[in-house]
Design a protein around this ligand. Structure first.
Ligand SMILES: [Zn+2]
Length: 500
């Protein structure tokens, strides 16, 4: 039992950061009350004077494998160039590498204020039970709450884009055509086995399903994921219409939008979330809203990869729940949920001339906390400072210059927090970061192992990466031309009318 006294409490209902005490019993917040809260004898007192306590941030879209590939996604690369090199940068990984990458990712997220995440984790050519369990184990070691899905596809990028393989110039075509993803049946068997053998406490670590991008998955695989999700009660997440070319290809392949296709397969439902959702139109938004699908906004990677600006205010106007994610450490290189939260608030102001339609800092804070908890399948048990919620907290030092003076806690945190004021992080009642030091991980040792792994993997994947890079000039041009084919259907969303 711990009672955290003297701090200021911040969540959307406590916008200004009022003074209050928190009583934590085991992994749960038992009581929240005014200073001097009466608690049972024996509760350990934690002094939080000059500190701000807020719910841990929930990162609803990331990828553990990205951490060991930091800096390998080039400057000025759109998504398709990333997808082109991804099988190479993630190749040759041992189970220990997968665990290591997830630990790196988790430590970075915790240090930047996230206490829970949804991770789509890739292995090539297909997922393995041991690989996904190794990733989940890493989150457990760090002490972070996580939902881990194998990120799966049974088509390569070159099979996903109609006509792409045929257009690859010789002599590159033979090697591209020989690339193979794992077959749907194998992927589904492994995914079922992961759910069946899941050995972790589901209050902290949960399995999920991640058909990566609809076009990269056959209908057999998508329907199989749908059925597995129902059978094992697993959340599903996919990347939906992240780039313009995906929207164009979707219509070419299916005769209607990607969202409509997922709907026709019975994939859309309240346990489904879609990451990015940039190149969708009003009909798609209605489909998502009607089915109870949540969207995950990833402003950092959307800008980094030039993917576009997601229509977040329109999604919300349709009644779609929207949470926030960072995407992986190699595509939104900071993995900072504070940055993602700020950008979400600010980007909503770019497209909408009416300030009443902009995301407020409270909206952004809700998206970064409670809304994420729902997407992860934890319901309202995380992302809140309330009796009965898990004790997942971030402690900010109000003596930091950003908060001197303090006038409006929510505004100053969302608009100004860079992560520098993060002092401690509690997850499930346990101090995972305390006074700036990770309590669960030997960070110098982690750094050393990461450096060794990066060196070894760099050498082992050099040939594959060089081959992928040799496709870049040609692939980039092809995708640009394809995405902007005259008459291609890729309506992003209706522009709001100009103010009178
Ligand atoms: Zn992603």
């Amino acid at each position: 039992m711990q009672v955290i006294r003297g701090g200021r409490l911040l969540d959307p209902p406590r916008h200004r950061g009022e003074l209050g005490d928190l009583f934590v019993d085991g992994d749960t917040i038992r009581e929240v009350g005014p200073p001097g809260l009466a608690v049972p004898a024996g509760a350990q007192e934690v002094d939080a004077r000059d500190r701000l306590l807020m719910p841990g941030l929930v990162n609803a879209h990331t990828h553990a494998h990205g951490a060991l590939a930091k800096g390998l996604i080039g400057d000025r690369w759109p998504l398709e160039l990333l997808l082109n090199v991804s099988p190479a940068t993630n190749a040759e990984r041992t189970l220990e590498d997968q665990r290591l990458s997830a630990m790196l990712s988790a430590v970075e997220m915790v240090r930047k204020g996230a206490t829970a995440c949804l991770d789509l984790c890739v292995e090539f050519p297909g997922p393995s039970v041991d690989g996904i369990l190794a990733v989940a184990h890493a989150y457990g070691e760090v002490g972070m709450r996580a939902v881990v899905a194998p990120m799966v596809s049974d088509r390569t990028l070159y099979e996903a884009v109609p006509g792409l393989i045929d257009a690859v110039p010789e002599p590159l075509r033979g090697r591209v055509a020989a690339m193979r993803a794992a077959p749907a049946r194998t992927i589904l068997d492994v995914s079922r086995e992961i759910a069946r053998r899941w050995p972790f406490d589901r209050a902290q670590l949960r399995p999920a399903l991640g058909p990566t991008i609809p076009l990269h998955c056959s209908d057999e695989l998508l329907e199989g994921c749908r059925d597995l999700g129902r059978e094992w009660d697993l959340p599903l997440q996919t990347h939906l219409a992240e780039s313009r070319i995906q929207a164009v290809m979707g219509v070419r392949r299916y005769g209607h939008s990607l969202t409509a296709h997922l709907g026709s397969l019975g994939m859309l439902g309240p346990t489904m979330s879609v990451a990015h959702a940039i190149w969708i139109d009003e009909d798609d938004m209605r489909r998502l809203a009607d089915a109870g699908v949540a969207a995950v906004h990833n402003p950092l990677s959307n800008l980094r990869l030039g993917s576009g600006v997601a229509p977040v205010t329109r999604l919300r106007a349709h009644g779609v729940r929207v949470a926030l994610g960072t995407d992986a450490a190699n595509t939104s290189d900071s993995q900072s949920m504070f940055e993602a939260t700020r950008l979400a608030a600010y980007l909503s102001r770019v497209r909408d001339p009416d300030p009443d339609g902009w995301l407020s800092v409270d909206d952004a804070l809700h998206m970064a906390t409670a809304a994420g908890g729902e997407v992860l399948g934890f319901g309202d048990s995380i992302g809140r400072l309330a009796p009965g919620a898990r004790a997942d907290l971030v402690v900010l030092d109000l003596r930091h210059i950003s908060y001197v003076p303090l006038h409006d806690a929510a505004l100053q945190v969302v608009s100004g927090e860079s992560g520098l004021a993060i002092e401690s992080v509690m997850i499930g009642g346990r101090w995972v970061l305390r006074d700036g030091t990770m309590q669960t991980v030997d960070e110098p040792r982690l750094r050393q192992r990461a450096a060794e792994a990066a060196l070894r993997l760099g050498a082992a994947t050099a040939d594959r990466r060089a081959f992928a890079r040799s496709l870049e000039p040609w692939l980039g041009g092809f995708c640009r031309a394809y995405a902007h084919t005259p008459g291609a259907v890729a309506r992003p969303w209706r522009e709001p009318p100009d103010p009178p």
